[in-house]
Ligand binder design. Structure first.
Ligand code: 13P
Length: 288
């Protein structure tokens, strides 16, 4: 069932668990995530970055594929199709393309401009029943080989964006995208607690879910995180399983070169990663 992320995240925040956002790249990815969510009776968010949308030939293709797959696979758990780190233009495109949720990432803009654009997109998204995430405090990550330290958002700025009526709020708390460097200092729970104190019931979003130790994930959930984004970890699992298949020479045996066989171990590996995360986040059995 394709729905906005609003209700599933309000329930998660109230029930002290988190819904996973798993980024998708193609049909296999989407199928693996949807089947796992259904099997575990868990709500789920499919994340689509602008790059992934472009790769899949456009947001309309993605929306059509996801809607049809939900129907053909009889997926009855709540599924949100969510733009990840959208630009202002990308957010508008996804609203038109039939996404049920968007993220506008104005964290790199001067704060007043972030507020203005967030306000406009919140009104537009809500007029169509679509949920919206906004961001304060840029989330670092590896870019051109340079690993940035995760920023910590200003709690007062978080409150200002939360008060605009956003459905979920992403705030930097020392987290970064991709693999964490060995000298990473961990999440800033002081920042998270200060944000929670001011934003009250607001479901908070933790980006960069890959590689955060389980105890820090659990503590973040206890302090108000209700959505956790995972991307790189599924990519690593997929790549590892695919490499093993090729290295074992299986593509050279019989019809092992058939893409449906070649991509199967990777698709199974994604399922295993998604299952592990849903169990850790506590969303298993929370679909109803
Ligand atoms: P990772 O790739 O580190 O899991 O981060 C995912 C993410 O936050 C997408 O917005």
């Amino acid at each position: 069932m394709l729905v906005s992320a609003t209700e599933m995240l309000q329930k998660a925040a109230a029930g002290k668990y988190a819904v996973g956002q798993f980024n998708i790249n193609n049909l296999e990815w989407t199928k693996s995530v949807l089947l796992t969510a259904q099997e575990l009776n868990s709500p789920v968010i499919l994340g689509v970055s602008e790059g992934a949308g472009k790769y899949m030939t456009g947001f309309k293709t993605v929306a059509a594929m996801v809607k049809a797959m939900i129907e053909e696979l009889n997926i009855t758990v709540p599924v949100a199709l969510h733009l990840d780190h959208g630009t202002y233009e990308g957010s508008k495109k996804c609203i038109e393309a039939g996404f049920s949720s968007i993220m506008f990432d104005g964290s790199h803009l001067p704060f007043d401009e972030n507020v203005e654009k967030s306000k406009e997109l919140i009104a537009l998204a809500h007029s169509k029943g679509i949920s919206i995430e906004c961001e304060v405090g840029a989330i670092g990550g590896e870019e051109d080989g340079v690993v940035g330290k995760g920023e910590c958002a200003d709690p007062n700025e978080c409150k200002k964006i939360a008060d605009l009526g956003v459905d979920m709020l992403a705030a930097g708390i020392g987290n970064i995208h991709g693999k964490y460097p060995a000298n990473w200092e961990g999440l800033s729970f002081e920042t998270l607690a200060a944000i929670k104190e001011l934003t009250k019931e607001m479901p908070l979003v933790l980006h960069g879910g890959t590689g955060i130790p389980a105890d820090q994930i659990k503590k973040a959930i206890s302090l108000g995180v209700a959505k956790i984004n995972v991307n790189t970890e599924c990519q690593l699992s997929f790549a590892e399983a695919t490499r093993k298949y090729i290295e074992a020479g299986k593509d050279l045996e019989g019809k092992g070169f058939d893409p449906r066989k070649l991509l199967a171990p990777g698709a199974e590996a994604i399922k295993a990663t998604v299952k592990e995360k849903m169990e850790l986040f506590g969303s298993v059995g929370k679909a109803n």
